[in-house]
Design a protein around this ligand. Structure first.
Ligand code: BGP
Length: 478
């Protein structure tokens, strides 16, 4: 019993939320840079308000992030101190190809990530690299329309070929697209989509997703050809849909919602569009322009593992007058049996076990939990010995319950799970709100919502707790 000795413990970040240095090292502007803090943020993330360059009226938190670009050595050293065996991070596409369609990669960008991976290697930490965590070079958006354009497949192939070749031997775990289903909810942030008045947004989203799926299958093929050791995963913003009650209409609504979510990874994991998707597109009169070559590439290049983020289960009803909630950009019915975080995201550890079982039943492929955690306000306090810390017992409690749930899924249900990387292991900018004060980390970063602060790092109480969890391979959760 217990988790396998190869189980990978670690934590997760993304370039757009921590790296900063947006205009250093030859990096080009990207969609993630121009998503402002404040009232305009939701409309920009949805592609409704067009923002393709920086202006002086807004504050853009991603430009500096937590300045991982200049702090990576110190940060990785602290992660190593916790005993990390893996570190999930992402590549800024425009750091490698500043415009996206450049003929040759930017050497400074390549060197930066090589240095980061070598730093990980120094401590025996295996990088888990998301190739695109919401990033899209701005030039690909203004010139080609982002993922609406089929040409993006070629640019993506260029990017991944460079990455797999350059980092062969340094990286073997890769994710093609972060939360691929997010394209339906935050299409500018997820895929660089900007909409014109009256445009058929649903068509544009599914068409773009199709291009991403084909690109993802190509990446899988290229990765395996360049290094058979490479393991490629898809990535889902997961969370089981519960019917609000046993009313058959509610159960059906939950099934439909679940399918909306799983459609994309169904293709990535099984190699073809399921019948329910074909029927849906038919009903909508949607022609995605799927070619014979697309079909073949999808069929022959399914992913090696299924990775996902889990913050909460979701709930849905067909009845009127029931309360609503939102978690991770997914609006739904409020589940009366669950508590919520300070940001209203509902908390459901058993939901993690349920989600894991559903995904494993459906795909029969190993799982990897690459995001989970509690976004909360932290208070830095003096620890009595002249240093500062955060007494984040609430975070420890959340993570403990979720680790117990994942262990049950593995030990009692037989789910195959490769590892666990809680989100924002070091505090970083929130994706949904752009806030710094929505913190997830074991490490506190002194930075405020408005960008002020020293950027100094502090160990929270959860830092020592997680260190013990890792050292005991999940046995000691006290
Ligand atoms: C996921 C994203 C992450 C991350 C996380 C937490 O959707 O993949 O980038 O930010 O959610 O969300 P938030 O930062 O909004 O609290």
């Amino acid at each position: 019993m217990g988790l396998s000795k190869n189980f990978l413990w670690g934590g997760a970040t993304a370039a757009n939320q921590c790296e900063g240095a947006y205009n250093e090292g030859g990096r080009g502007l990207a969609n993630v840079d121009v998503i402002p803090f404040g009232a305009d943020r939701p409309a920009v993330m949805r592609g409704l308000k067009h923002m393709t360059e920086l202006d002086s009226e807004h504050f853009y938190p991603a430009l500096e992030g937590i300045d991982f670009y200049h702090h990576y050595k110190e940060d990785i050293q602290m992660l190593a101190e916790m005993g990390f065996q893996t570190f999930r991070m992402s590549i800024g596409w425009s750091r490698i190809y500043p415009n996206g369609d450049d003929a040759v990669p930017n050497q400074e960008g390549l060197t930066f990530y090589r240095n980061v991976f070598k730093e990980c290697q120094k401590y025996g930490i295996k990088p888990l690299v998301t190739i695109t965590h919401f990033d899209c070079p701005m030039h690909l958006i203004t010139e080609y329309g982002g993922w609406k354009n089929r040409k993006m497949i070629e640019f993506y192939k260029r990017l991944v070929t460079t990455l797999f070749t350059e980092y062969k031997g340094l990286v073997t775990y890769w994710l093609t697209f972060n939360e691929i289903n997010m394209i339906l909810h935050l299409p500018f942030m997820g895929a660089g989509l900007l909409f014109e008045e009256g445009e058929d947004q649903t068509r544009a989203k599914y068409l773009s997703a199709h291009h991403e799926l084909v690109a993802s299958a190509w990446a899988t093929k290229i990765a395996h050809e360049i290094d058979p050791e490479n393991k490629i995963g898809c990535m889902l913003a997961a969370g089981e849909y519960y019917p609000y009650c046993s009313l058959p209409e509610d159960v059906w609504a939950a099934k439909e919602k679940e399918r909306d979510n799983l459609l994309f990874i169904d293709v990535q994991a099984r190699g073809y569009y399921p019948n329910y998707a074909k029927k849906k597109f038919e009903k909508m009169g949607l022609d995605l322009g799927i070619t014979e070559e697309d079909r073949q590439i999808l069929q022959e290049n399914t992913v090696d593992f299924i990775s996902f983020s889990y913050y909460s289960s979701r709930c849905i009803t067909t009845q009127q007058g029931v309360g609503e909630t939102i978690g991770n950009a997914f609006k739904g019915t409020k589940n009366p049996y669950l508590k919520s975080s300070e940001w209203g995201w509902q908390i459901d550890p058993l939901g993690l076990r349920i989600t894991m079982n559903s995904l494993y039943d459906r795909y029969q492929k190993p799982l990897f939990i690459v995001e989970n955690g509690l976004g909360a306000k932290d208070v830095l306090v003096e620890d009595g010995q002249g240093s500062y810390t955060v007494e984040d017992d609430y975070r420890i409690a959340y993570l403990r319950e979720h680790i117990l749930a994942l262990k049950q899924a593995v030990e009692e249900d037989g789910v195959e799970l490769w590892g666990y990387t809680p989100w924002g292991c070091i505090d970083l900018v929130s994706a949904s709100s752009g806030e710094m004060e929505k913190r997830y980390g074991f490490i506190y970063v002194d930075r405020e919502n408005d960008g002020t602060g020293t950027l100094k790092r502090y160990r929270k109480k959860s830092f020592d707790w997680y260190k013990k969890v890792i050292a005991s391979n999940g046995e000691n959760l006290d």
